[in-house]
Design a binder for this molecule. Structure first.
Ligand SMILES: O=C(O)CCC(=O)C(=O)O
Length: 271
């Protein structure tokens, strides 16, 4: 697993310092990641983490052999049936709103939308399909994800709003991070169509055989921390390292979003 040469720069800045230029640097692969280290208040991180760890989450099918618990619907899991997806999206918005109100904490998705609106003049909104908003900001706990890419134009061609984006980023807001493990590793290699021969064959699995990297070990290792927002480009192969079984101290609890750059250069959010 330890095959990465951690030689790709990751910028760590504050909310005040972030500009649209940083997103462009990510798009152009000048940096492998962008960390906004004061993104979400620590007291709110602790309240949400405490809630998430003491209340049962919905448990996802263990695709790619990972444990994922989540609050809110993910398009990856529900893209086939749009009506079912939108029903779940509606209750996800409602459930999360009630939770945040009950905990008296700010909405991390609103904070992200507000921040990006300030720094991106072409506009920022929730992704819409035929006028219906997608859900964004899944709260989830994961313990490792296999090597994969996320590139909506290939994965969701039947979703018009996403199928023509020109870039896709992940924006993960950390409520809690494990003491050991849980690193996000982004390899300096973009997915291309011919890589599909390396995709695991079993149905519904998103992972790729490591041979897809063709010996490339350049990349960035990002160990998130409480309160941080971590931005990366998702067409690059990436994985999340699991926590050591005998060393589970803390959990990887994040609010997970995708951000797409559209043909008119605006940004759209979904999960
Ligand atoms: O949680 C992360 O840092 C990235 C997760 C990821 O790879 C994914 O959601 O596809």
């Amino acid at each position: 697993m330890l095959t990465v040469n951690n030689n790709w720069e990751v910028l760590k800045i504050t909310k005040k310092e972030v500009t649209g230029e940083h997103l462009i640097q990510l798009a152009k692969e000048k940096i492998g990641g962008l960390i906004i280290r004061d993104f979400y208040p620590l007291d709110a991180c602790r309240k949400i983490s405490q809630y998430l760890l003491t209340n049962p989450f919905e448990s996802k099918k263990p695709a790619d052999n990972v444990e994922i618990f989540f609050l809110g619907v993910n398009l990856t899991d529900r893209s086939e049936d749009k009506e079912d997806y939108f029903r779940r999206a509606e209750s996800s918005w409602q459930d999360r709103k009630e939770l945040l109100t009950r905990l008296k904490v700010p909405n991390p998705v609103h904070q992200a939308l507000n921040l990006f609106t300030k720094l991106w003049s072409a506009g920022v909104k929730i992704a819409e399909e035929n006028g219906r908003g997608l859900f964004c900001g899944t709260f989830r706990r994961i313990n490792g994800i296999d090597l994969h890419m996320d590139w909506a134009p290939f994965l969701f061609p039947q979703w018009k709003s996403l199928s023509s984006i020109s870039e896709q980023y992940a924006l993960n807001i950390f409520f809690q991070a494990p003491k050991v493990g849980g690193e996000l590793v982004v390899y300096r290699q973009n997915w291309s169509q011919e890589d599909e021969i390396f995709r695991y064959k079993e149905k519904n699995l998103l992972g790729f055989d490591r041979d897809v990297l063709r010996g490339n070990t350049d990349g960035a290792v990002i160990k998130g921390e409480e309160g941080w927002a971590v931005l990366t480009k998702t067409r690059h192969y990436h994985e999340v390292w699991p926590q050591a079984k005998n060393e589970i101290v803390g959990h990887r609890l994040v609010c997970s979003n995708f951000v797409g750059q559209t043909q008119d250069n605006s940004l759209i959010f979904w999960s």
